[in-house]
Design a protein around this ligand. Structure first.
Ligand code: DC
Length: 228
C-alpha cells in the first residue's frame, strides 16, 4: 500500500534533498511544492506584477492565475526533475535570487495558494508521493500517513544555501543569503493564510548535524513495513 509523506519546514534546511532521497528509496514520486510557488513568482516578475518595493499586484496576479500552467516533470532515476511554466523549462530560472526575493510575498496570496493546493492534491491522487513545502502536513494533506517537520540552525542553513549558490555560479555573500533566509522564515511563519506550522502529529527532524543517509535511515524507521 502506498502512502503520502508530507515534509514541511524552514527554508534551506534540505527538505528537497531529503524528500528526493526518500522518494528514490521507496520508488515514490517527489513533489517540490516550493518550485510551484517559485514558478508563479517568476510569471509575476515577467509580467511586471511585482512592485518596486517587492509587494505584489494582488488583483492582477489573481486574475492572471488561469493563464499560469505549471508542470513538474519527473526526472529519470537519480536525476532531478524539471519545472515547466506554460510549456517552457524554467528549472534553473526559478532558483535565481530575483525569484527568491519575491516568492514569499507571492505565496502569501490566498488565490495563489488555493490554486496550487488543488493541483497538489490532484497530483497525489494515487498516493505514493513524498511532497515537501510549508503547509503539506497542515493544509494540503492533513491526513497524510507520515508527517515530518524539518529544521536546522539558521547558521547551518545559510551556510548550506550559500555553498549551493556558489556551486551554481551565483554571485552572493553569506550575509546576503542569511538575510534572505531570515526574511523568508518571518514571512512564512507570520502570514495570514497557511502559515508555516508544525502539525501536532508531525515528527520533528533537526538535521543540523545529520548526513542525508542518516536522515533517510531515520525516516524509514518511522514507516510501518505494512504500509510499504
Ligand atoms: O521551498 P522553497 O524555498 O523553494 O519555497 C519557495 C517559497 O515558497 C518559500 O518562500 C515559501 C513558499 N512556499 C509556501 O508558501 N508553501 C509551500 N507549500 C511551499 C513553498
Amino acid at each position: 500500500m502506498s502512502i503520502i509523506i508530507a515534509i514541511d519546514g524552514h527554508s534551506s534546511c534540505g527538505k528537497s534533498t531529503f524528500a528526493k532521497a526518500i522518494a528514490e528509496k521507496l520508488g515514490y514520486t517527489f513533489i517540490d511544492t516550493g518550485a510551484m510557488y517559485r514558478a508563479v513568482a517568476l510569471y509575476a516578475l515577467r509580467h511586471r506584477l511585482i512592485n518596486a518595493d517587492g509587494s505584489v499586484k494582488r488583483a492582477e496576479l489573481a486574475a492572471a492565475l488561469p493563464n499560469i500552467d505549471i508542470e513538474l516533470v519527473r526526472g529519470a532515476s537519480g536525476a532531478d526533475g524539471s519545472v515547466f511554466l506554460n510549456g517552457k523549462d524554467v528549472t534553473e530560472e526559478i532558483r535565481l535570487g530575483k525569484v527568491s526575493d519575491c516568492v514569499s510575498h507571492v505565496s502569501e496570496l490566498a488565490s495563489v495558494r488555493e490554486r496550487l493546493v488543488a493541483q497538489q492534491r490532484a497530483m497525489a491522487q494515487n498516493k505514493g508521493v513524498v511532497m515537501d513545502g510549508r503547509d503539506v502536513g497542515t493544509v494540503v494533506f492533513p491526513h497524510a500517513e507520515l508527517k515530518i517537520f524539518m529544521t536546522a540552525s539558521l547558521e547551518i542553513r545559510a551556510q548550506r544555501r550559500y555553498l549551493e549558490l556558489v556551486r551554481k555560479g551565483v554571485k552572493t555573500s553569506p550575509g546576503e543569503v542569511e538575510k534572505n533566509i531570515r526574511k523568508r522564515d518571518a514571512i512564512d511563519e507570520n502570514r495570514e493564510v497557511s502559515p508555516l506550522r508544525r502539525a501536532p502529529d508531525a515528527v520533528l527532524l533537526d538535521n543540523s548535524r545529520m548526513s542525508v543517509a542518516e536522515q533517510v535511515e531515520w525516516a524509514l524507521k518511522l514507516i510501518p513495513p505494512t504500509l510499504l
